[in-house]
Design a protein around this ligand. Structure first.
Ligand SMILES: [Zn+2]
Length: 301
């Protein structure tokens, strides 16, 4: 072999992390698309998760689940449901500019094969920034032909504006970008039908009027649970630990346990806004605890 031959074959360049951002599956006659608006890498999960626990308790649980103890990756995953008659978007992500690593929903809706103009209904599970931030795009409604639906109690809560200190900035954002939709918005109570096959479920607590949504087609069922559980290990294995993100902590815990029990008992699939992408899974009951079971090929068959 000549000396020159050792210079042949150059190393491929490093390209950085590549994450999946879109996952679509069938639920009976519906199509459901999970879209990664983005993510946030930060310190934690403690003390945001396990706020009322010792750092050792939380670290032990994380280690048992093979997770790092001092930093974590928080996903933001809106859900788009095509019923065949209506295209319904659940939550709008962060919107551009709030976080460098999030706010990509609207362009990924296009990548997934839809025009923003095709969205018929935008449903807001609750008024936190990562859920309402993408209601506007360049100051205009991001989904211009969509009617917008809020929980009645949730909308009323933000309208009254009596929020805790940590939500003051959030209140300002809500007033700026969500309130203007109020006049024409649909206001939903628990059990209200959004469109045929989709109804609201009481999930009060994480935010005072948060709603989850039960989706059913041809006996296939999915619960879009918003922020019922925000960490796939801590919030699900220890549902009664306090969470910094929860606005009414006792009520959030009660709702979390009721909904975990319901989806585990009835074997209802879950789309979880902050579950690891593609954020679709099941919940298994283990004694007084639960476990997140990510979906694998169930929906591809
Ligand atoms: Zn959230």
């Amino acid at each position: 072999m000549s000396q020159n031959s050792t210079t042949q074959g150059s190393a491929a360049p490093m390209l950085g992390v590549l994450r999946p951002q879109i996952y679509r599956f069938k639920l009976g006659g519906f199509e459901v698309t999970q879209i990664l608006d983005g993510f946030r890498l930060g310190a934690g999960p403690h003390p945001t998760f396990g706020q009322d626990q010792s750092v050792e308790n939380v670290h032990k649980l994380l280690q048992e689940n093979r997770l790092p103890t001092t930093n974590f990756d928080h996903h933001f995953v809106p859900t788009l449901v095509n019923t065949g008659k209506e295209l319904v978007l659940f939550d709008t992500g962060n919107g551009k500019g709030r976080l460098a690593t999030a706010g990509n929903l609207r362009e990924l809706v296009v990548t997934a094969g839809y025009a923003p103009q095709q969205v018929d209904v935008v449903v807001i599970t609750h008024g936190h920034p990562d859920h309402i931030g993408g209601l506007l795009h360049d100051g205009q409604p991001a989904y211009p032909n969509a009617r917008v639906a809020f929980g009645e109690l949730e909308f009323d809560f933000w309208k009254k504006g009596n929020v805790r200190e940590a939500r003051k900035q959030n209140l300002q954002l809500f007033q700026e970008i969500a309130m203007p939709f109020g006049e024409k918005a649909t206001l939903l109570k628990p059990e209200a039908e959004v469109v045929s096959g989709i109804r609201a479920v009481n999930a009060y607590g994480h935010s005072p009027g948060m709603l989850a949504f039960h989706v059913e087609s041809d006996n296939q069922r999915l619960l879009i649970w918003g922020d019922v559980a925000n960490h796939y290990v801590v919030s699900i294995q220890r549902p009664d630990w306090a969470t910094g993100f929860d606005d009414v902590k006792d009520m959030a815990i009660t709702s979390r346990k009721r909904i975990l029990d319901m989806v585990a008992t009835d074997k209802i699939a879950v789309a979880g806004f902050h579950m690891p992408f593609p954020s679709v899974g099941f919940v298994e009951k283990l004694g007084s605890s639960y476990r997140w079971v990510p979906a694998s090929y169930q929906f591809n068959l």
